[in-house]
Design a protein around this ligand. Sequence first.
Ligand code: DQA
Length: 152
Amino acid sequence: KTVFVLNGPNLNLLGTREPAVYGAATLADVEKLCADACERHGFALRFHQSNHEGALVDWIHEAGRLHAAGELAGVVINAGAYTHTSIALHDATKGTGITLIELHISNVHAREAFRHHSYMAAAAKAVMCGFGVLGYGLAIDGLAQLLAQQPA
Ligand code: DQA
């Protein structure tokens, strides 16, 4: 099965963007971490980043088509600031019925009030935040455990 890891706006700047908040790892480091986690579980990985909301919607739809074909493990999404603004990403997730994990590198609840509300959360299976980039690997491990619990 395939895991989609989707990254939203400004995550291409990881490593140089506010390192005190987001750490020193680059997006390429995160991709490697995800590839290793997927390999551990025998998942294929689709790893993407875009600064454009519609591109993220399109990838969720693509994941939805794999889901319908029984070929999707789930989607891990760090939607960045779109988390706090995007009804479109919420609707895409609901509309496809995919298993989606919302992820944040930082603990958004310990930050500014405008980061406390998420449009993604109500459409998500689970929310992971505050583990730094380690959260990506943990989220993929979590998807594997959820799948293992499902009746064959
Ligand atoms: C983030 C938190 C968001 O509030 C912010 O807009 C980001 C990154 C995180 O990974 O901690 O771009 O999603």
